[in-house]
Design a protein around this ligand. Sequence first.
Ligand code: CA2
Length: 145
Amino acid sequence: MSKTILILNGPNLNMLGKRQPEIYGAATLGDVADMCQAAASAFDAEVVMRQSNHEGELIDWIQEAREGADAIVINAGAYSHTSIAILDALNMFHGPVIEVHVSNIHARETFRHHSYISLRANGVIVGCGVDGYRFAVQRAGSLLE
Ligand code: CA2
């Protein structure tokens, strides 16, 4: 049966491809969705791409994923560094969780070096640009096989 990979994006990631291309590149979130769907098709999975600037909405989607998704790829943006609530929600999800950061958070300000999401993540991909989303989808697919 076909698998569903939920790709969640946190605050400001709707600006991908529209601002600060020197840090985040030129691809939009729509481009990322297309790239990820192409990668997921190789193992008969579909991706569902979501973005929210609101912590509670991200938590609602993670809770819903308990019924509707097999794996989660998440770039929680700045909430990665602050949100115990998103970590708690991810801890209630049973499938693979892969964390992505477009930029290399370890080469940036010290407040970006720690991620609460990493405590739950089965894998973490940082600093690979938007290709990191594709790598994350491929890893989620491998873990689901
Ligand atoms: O590198 C990443 O993917 C981040 O999760 C991006 C977050 C940042 O707070 C994290 O520390 C690292 C910021 C997202 C802002 O996204 C933008 C994209 C394009 C233009 C402006 C902002």
